[in-house]
Structures are given as structure tokens and as C-alpha cells.
Design a protein around this ligand. Structure first.
Ligand SMILES: [Zn+2]
Length: 206
């Protein structure tokens, strides 16, 4: 077992490298549950992995796919995350689902941060963002313990069953909900760019 602690101002690429090495080298299926991510190297590694026909299941937090920035009507989406979402396909080696709710008076967070394969599990406080990996107090643990791996795999499989598909059966993105009209069917970034076609809300990109 390996333990990595991150602190602001302490240069440490170990956590990022640990995450990247699994994405780049694991030939078995990997299952990822991470609320949110913005890190460009991770986005690129996930896309490359998919091109090499290696399979990944990615579970995101529904309410974090878009994030409020300041006021309610100003909402941003991570460019890197969108790159990965747009690259994935409902039939490809990269499957993406989302879990959690962002509806009036009802809020559920999928707040996990772990990645598990048959050979390794990585978990801790780290979201896959540049901020978490560069300027936060965080911890990350990597383990090859078979029992821990089996428990994470079981939990992943269970919440994956409850998660919502990000794509319709026609392959269209549908799970990105507009924060203004709270509809998701009008939001199709692939065809129309970052705008809600129902109410005209424009998403900001970071
Ligand atoms: Zn809208």
C-alpha cells in the first residue's frame, strides 16, 4: 500500500502520476467514480486509453457536470471533461454515467473519488482537478490488496446500476441539465455547442 499526502505549495506530481499510470498501463477494465475533473493530462490519458481499445467505466456526479460560478445563472462546464464526454460514445470502450441529483429541494452528491481495476485501487480525497492535485491538502492511497479491491469493485458495480446513462439510445448526450430551465433534453453540446436550446442559456467554459 502506498500513501501520498499533498499540501499547498509542496511540489508533488506523485499523486497525478499514480492516477495516470493506471489509466495508461492497465490493460484490464478500469472503473472510475470521481465527482468532477478538469485535469487536461487525465482527459488526454482517458481518450488515448479508449483509442487503444481499453475499457473504462466513468461515473460522474450529476450536479458537478456543470458547476455554478458566482450567480445561479452563471454556470460553467470543464472543457476537459466535455472533451472526454464528447469523445465517449454510448457503445464505445469508454462508458460514462452520472449519479446524484440537482433538482429543487433535493440534492444528492456522488462524492466518491476512487479508481479500481482487478489489480489496484486508488482512493482518497482527491478530485481529478488541477486545484486538488496542486494546491490543496489532500490524501491518496493506492492498494493492491485483493480484499479491498473486491469491496470497491462491488460498491462500484452497485452504484453503476443505479446511475443514469449520459446518452440516449441514439447516442445523443442528454444528462447535462440546464441550470436555468432544469431540462436536460435541450442541452446537446455535440450539435449546438455550449448552449441550452430550450431557454438559450449559455454555458461558460473553463
Ligand atoms: Zn435551459
Amino acid at each position: 500500500m502506498k500513501t501520498i499526502f499533498l499540501r499547498p505549495g509542496k511540489a508533488n506530481t506523485e499523486a497525478l502520476n499514480e492516477i495516470l499510470s493506471v489509466i495508461k498501463t492497465e490493460t484490464e477494465f478500469i472503473s472510475v467514480a470521481v465527482a468532477y475533473f478538469t485535469h487536461p493530462d487525465i482527459a488526454t490519458a482517458l481518450i488515448e486509453r479508449t483509442k487503444e481499445n481499453r475499457r473504462t467505466r466513468l461515473l460522474l456526479n450529476t450536479s458537478d457536470i456543470i458547476r455554478p460560478a458566482g450567480s445561479d445563472s452563471e454556470v460553467i462546464i470543464s472543457k476537459e471533461l466535455l472533451k472526454v464526454i464528447n469523445f465517449a460514445d454510448y457503445q464505445s470502450n469508454l462508458e460514462i454515467k452520472s449519479l446524484g441529483l440537482r433538482a429543487k429541494g433535493k440534492y444528492q452528491n456522488m462524492h466518491h473519488k476512487f479508481m479500481v481495476s482487478r489489480n489496484k485501487v486508488i482512493f482518497g480525497s482527491v478530485n481529478w482537478t488541477s486545484a486538488a492535485l496542486n494546491s490543496n491538502y489532500e490524501c491518496l492511497v493506492a492498494s493492491t490488496d485483493k480484499k479491498i479491491i473486491a469491496e470497491f469493485l462491488d460498491e462500484f458495480n452497485e452504484i453503476w446500476r443505479d446511475a443514469q446513462e449520459l446518452y440516449t439510445d441514439k447516442g445523443q448526450l442528454r444528462r447535462i441539465m440546464c441550470p436555468k430551465c432544469e431540462e436536460s433534453d435541450g442541452v446537446d453540446f455535440e450539435s449546438f455547442g455550449p448552449v441550452c436550446t430550450y431557454c438559450g442559456h449559455k454555458f461558460k467554459m473553463i
